[in-house]
Design a protein. Sequence first.
Length: 337
Amino acid sequence: MRLTPLLAGAAAFAALASPALAWTAEDHEIFDLVSALEAAEGKGTNFYSYLNVTKAVDEKALNKAIRKRSLELHPDKNPNYKKVADRFARLGVIAEILRDAEKRKRYDHFYENGVPRWRGTGYYYSRYRPGLGAVVAGLTVFSIFIHYVFLYLSFRLSKMRIAAFRMQALEAAWGPTKKPQQGKKKLKVKTSDQGDPLGMPGVNNGKPTPPGSTIEMVVEGENVFIVENRKENLLTEDLAVKPALRDTWLPRLVLQRLGYSPSTTSPSAAKKSTGPKKTFRKPTASADEAGATSGEEATSGGEEGGKKQGRGIEGMGKVGGRRRKTVPRPSAAKKEA
């Protein structure tokens, strides 16, 4: 569970960062310059049109065009033009790129194929280059977020499954109308061949149900109880606990290292159970089970045993639905001797 969100975060980060890693610093310089040139001179303006030349211009003609343009935009010849200094500085950068063979070849590539228009990861990556610590921190935060999303979806799924399970139990007990009747109804549900691979709060302690196992339930009114270990646990949607940020992998790991329980706020409270409280009760024994004895046991005590059935009987007698070993009375023992 902890590895899945981490891998998902790493994959997402790699997908987002791949465009940034593909562009070099010179590429980002070209992107920024193209963007600034179009913003100042108009959309569609490129390095060649800014110099009034074509892409096929040779080096000699290029230098001539640069000198001519420099004289036009020189700040000394345009003292009343406030933005001329920016245009002149931009011209110097364009001239540097076009005079360098490798940089000009790279610009020609974007000139023919177009520069990236989406100022996403690659654009901001040129302004902020994260180090290893920043990358690890980003991946950690992202993985915590994904883990919380998974936990919350599991919480919603558990509530839906509990509600559906209750409706099925009520329908099985009281019919399609689900109208409660007096008394209680005992049900036994056998799981399918695949069992319950997810597990559900309130059933089998929240663990996946083995395939082919039997789930005992008691329906009383609108309440549905799950019978486990001779206790009837009330099945409600409250058994599905809404996750918190401390339940994600990193806060949970830190709290465990500090001696905290995932759902507590102090080490002393860690010893106390903070899970959802279960409403349970012991199943009551039916009339034929409580204190019932067989006819043979009722008369095997002799004459005195015939007057008071069930007393002075050696063996096992039922009391409250449970058997206990009885000890013969001293008078009965002497008579038998």
